[in-house]
Design a protein around this ligand. Sequence first.
Ligand SMILES: Nc1ncnc2c1ncn2[C@@H]1O[C@H](COP(=O)(O)OP(=O)(O)OP(=O)(O)O)[C@@H](O)[C@H]1O
Ligand SMILES: [Mg+2]
Length: 335
Amino acid sequence: MLLKIGIDLGTANTTIYIPGKGIVLTEPTVVAVDELTNKILAVGKEAKEMIGKTPSDIKIYRPLKEGVIADYKATLAILKYFLSKIKISRFLKPLLVISVPAGITSTERKAVIDAALEAGAREVYPIREPLLAALGADLPINSSSGHMIVNIGGGTTEIAVISLGGIVVWESIKIAGDKFDESIKEYLRRKFNLAVGEKTAENIKIQVGSATVTKNNNELSMNINGINILTGLPVTVKITSNHIAESLQKDLREIVSGIKKVLANTPPELVADIMEKGIVLSGGGALLRNLDVLIYEHTGVPTYIADDPLFCVARGTGKIMEKLDLYRRILLSHK
Ligand SMILES: Nc1ncnc2c1ncn2[C@@H]1O[C@H](COP(=O)(O)OP(=O)(O)OP(=O)(O)O)[C@@H](O)[C@H]1O
Ligand SMILES: [Mg+2]
C-alpha cells in the first residue's frame, strides 16, 4: 500500500502526520550548522535550544521565511532528518501532502515540490495552509456555507473565507508569532532598557502574554533576567501581561485590519454565514490569551479558538489523505 505522509512545513514548527497514527513528530524548523566544516550539528528542538548561545562559528538557521523556503539546502536537510527520525526510509517513496502559504508563487511552490521529491517523496501535493487549517479545525469546507479561518503562525497570518472547498477571499499578513517576539524585545528595551534574546521574548509571550489589557489586578507576571543596556549589568525585571498587551498593540491592530478587509471583500451571503458561525482561529498564535476577545471586540463577529490550534494544519493533511476521493478537487487544483 502506498505510504502517505502529511507535513505542515511551517516557519516556526514542522509537524508530521501519518494516517492511522496521527501526529508522529513536531519540532522547530531550525537547524544548527558548523560554519567551518559546513556540517549540520543539530536539527529541530536541539537546534532551537542553541539559539542565542552559540559560539561565532556555529550558525542557527530558520530556513523558512514567511512560510516559504528561503534556504533550500537547509530545508532539504531538515526534511530528510525528520523523515529519517520517524523511520521513513527514502526507498518507501511516500505520497506527501504538504502545506504552503495561500499566496505562494509558482517558483516558491516548485522549490517545495523539488525539496520533497529530493527528500524521497514519490508524489507531492502542496495544499494551501488556510484550507488545511480549516479542515483540521473541523470546518465543513466542502459545504456551500462560508467559513472564516484566521491561521496565525510564526511567519504569517493568513485570513481566508472558504466555501465549496475553495478559498473565496484571502489576505496574508507578515505579522505573526515571530513578529510578536520581536515587538516584545523592542518594548522591553524601550521601557526598561532591558535586553533579552529571541527565546526569552517568546517564553514571556507564552507564559504571560495577552492580547488585551486587564484593568483589575489579576494580571499574570513573571521575573525576567536580562542585561540593562545602559549599565551593562544583569538585572531582574517584573513583566506583566499588560506590558505584553501594550507591546503587541500595533501588530494586533494590523491583524484586526486584515480581518476587516477580508470581511469587506467577502460576498454578503457568505458574510451572513460567518456572522452566524463565527471566526475560527488556528496556528500557534491563536494561543495568545484573549486574542479571541480582542477580535470579537473589534469586528463584532463571535470568535473561537480551534482545538489544539498548533496542529490544525497537520490534522488537515490527515483528513485529505484519509479521504482522497472526497478532496480530489482540492488535490487536482493544486497539482
Ligand atoms: N501559548 C502560546 N501563546 C502565544 N503564542 C504561542 C503559544 N504557543 C506557541 N506560540 C507561537 O506560535 C508560533 C508558531 O505557530 P505555528 O507552529 O502555527 O507556526 P508555523 O506554522 O511554523 O508558521 P507559519 O504558518 O507562519 O509558516 C510561534 O511564534 C510561537 O511562539
Ligand atoms: Mg503554519
